[in-house]
Design a binder for this molecule. Structure first.
Ligand code: ATP
Ligand code: MG
Length: 514
């Protein structure tokens, strides 16, 4: 059945042409006397043109020969014979055949060009579609899968793609089919390496290794070869056409620039991350060393003065120097406590010792701890009539309050008000610490809870940027939340929300019963 079909496809142009010539002869024969012989010859050009446009040069030449024979046999005297009485007709035959051959070749050429331009149009549309798909891809593996699917569609064979790694070694990165081992052999790798090193196509149909059973095309942009696309032509006896090769080259160019784009984006990301961790490292060193050295210098200075010039100082002077030493030591102690808490929080080793805590007491203890450096801030506390008890680790919750209240003191001017307000809402306890200090930009209120983040506007005040990160860790261990916002008309409000029926998510060590 298939055989018959292909036979019909091969012979159809010749059969249809013959039928056309027979039909025309039959139609013109009865009226031949009314038609001039030259007109008949012209009419026989019609099947020639038709065959040329429909099927190309060969059927057209066949139509011309058939037409010339039919014209001679049926219309040139002596009729029903191939002999020609008047030799002038031989010139007519010659002209007819020449015109037929010329028009046939022109029409056939036109048809070829039409076909070719249609093909190009289809290929350009396909390439445009491919490039559009590729431009959306940000992951190298889906990009390679797409390229190999498109290449398989063009040539219909197994594809292997090799890409260079960070040491510029070629690595087999993608195979179109897992069943076939194409691309894994040493010969294939060596040939791909050759194409990669020279940046030129190698293998079947090229000048280098033309007997190779594969075709290796480099994936290169203007300044870099990213890898090689290898086609398996082992099982393909059919050569691939010039048009397929052109498509493949265009696909490889598109793939190379897409790979270039994805790699550049990845490199930019890594550079950004490196810069970011470098910045973080510098910030840690900077703030830790500063926070250690400033109080240390004050302690050393005051202690030296006391030792060397003990007899020069009045008892008040001595008290001032001793207070400086104590404040410096307290500041260093706070830093050490903060660093240790941070390490414990990050390693998940911090265990809560939960008790029912009186919030009023918590606030009282925290205020007592900051009293030495609160100077001239006016601190007020607003409590509801019935202050609810909260289940939590009192030492850690006090640490949270100390950090937040000392921030309110540090980042607000002398003589300003600081208000600590407690309320309960929807089964939550809310503690708000509001100051009238410098305040921050809106978007900084989320960043201040990051480790080592310090706002630009507060750089003149010392600090490590750890306090609020620790507060966030501790509050979240209590299943609560800590947020910041601008105070009206100026300053900052930090809100701590703790659930009154907490479902603590950390390793809780409930020593309530102990
Ligand atoms: P430390 O670790 O000693 O507490 P720190 O105060 O700089 O150092 P955090 O308490 O984590 O660190 O605060 C981070 C940053 O948030 C501060 O550097 C400051 O820029 C900003 N900030 C925190 N609280 C306030 C506030 N009440 N008003 C204005 N800015 C604040
Ligand atoms: Mg702080």
């Amino acid at each position: 059945m298939l055989h018959l079909k292909s036979l019909w496809t091969t012979w159809k142009p010749y059969i249809v042409t013959a039928l056309l010539v027979i039909g025309m002869t039959a139609a013109m024969h009865p009226i031949r006397l009314a038609l001039d012989v030259v007109n008949i010859a012209l009419l026989f050009l019609f099947p020639v043109l038709l065959s040329a446009v429909s099927w190309g040069l060969r059927p057209a030449l066949y139509a011309a020969t058939l037409g010339a024979l039919a014209f001679d046999f049926f219309f040139v005297s002596p009729l029903l014979s191939f002999t020609v009485a008047d030799l002038r007709y031989l010139i007519s035959f010659g002209v007819y055949l020449a015109v037929a051959a010329l028009t046939a070749s022109l029409a056939a050429k036109l048809k070829r060009q039409l076909l070719y331009s249609r093909q190009r149009e289809a290929h350009s549309a396909a390439l445009y579609e491919i490039s559009r798909q590729m431009s959306d891809m940000t992951d190298i593996h889906s990009l390679l899968a797409n390229v190999s699917a498109q290449a398989s569609r063009i040539i219909g064979t197994d594809i292997a793609i090799y890409l260079s790694d960070h040491r510029n070694r070629l690595v087999l990165t993608h195979r179109s089919s897992v069943q076939s081992d194409w691309g894994q052999g040493e010969t294939e790798k060596a040939t791909a390496k050759l194409a990669f090193d020279h940046g030129e196509a190698v293998g079947y149909g090229t000048s280098a290794l033309r007997d190779s059973p594969g075709y290796y095309h480099p994936l290169r942009t203007e300044d870099r070869v990213h890898g090689v696309l290898a086609l398996n032509l082992k099982e393909r006896k059919r050569e691939f056409t010039a048009e397929q090769q052109r498509m493949l080259e265009a696909l490889c160019d598109l793939a190379a620039s897409a790979i270039d784009r994805v790699r550049l984006a990845e490199e930019a990301k890594i550079a950004h991350l490196t810069a970011e961790s470098e910045r973080l490292r510098a910030a840690i060193l900077d703030s830790v060393s500063h926070e250690l050295r400033t109080p240390l210098a004050a302690i050393i200075g005051s202690a030296t003065s006391l030792i060397d010039g003990d007899h020069l100082f009045t008892s008040e002077d001595r008290m001032v120097l001793l207070t400086t030493i104590r404040d410096g030591a307290l500041r260093m102690n706070r830093l050490v406590v903060n660093l240790l808490s941070m390490v414990q929080l990050e390693s998940g080793m911090l265990r809560l010792r939960k008790h029912w805590c009186d919030v009023e007491d918590l606030i009282g203890v925290a205020i007592a701890q900051v009293k030495d450096f609160r100077q001239y801030r006016k601190l007020s506390v607003q409590l509801p009539e019935n202050v609810p008890m909260v289940l939590g680790d009192e030492v850690l919750l006090e640490q949270v309050l100390v950090n937040v209240i000392s921030n309110a003191i540090k980042y607000s001017p002398d003589g300003s008000d600081i208000c600590i307000a407690v309320s309960d809402k929807e089964n939550n306890l809310i503690i708000e610490v509001a100051d009238q200090g410098v305040g921050l930009e809106h978007d900084e209120y989320t960043r201040i809870f990051e480790k080592f983040y310090r706002a630009q506007t507060t750089r003149q005040v010392t600090g490590t940027g750890l306090g609020l990160a620790i507060c966030k860790g501790i509050v979240e261990l209590h299943s609560g939340q800590i947020t910041g916002k601008r105070n009206d008309p100026r300053g900052t409000v930090i809100s701590i929300t703790l659930p009154l029926n907490p479902q603590t998510k950390a390793n809780v060590e409930d020593d309530e019963d102990e």
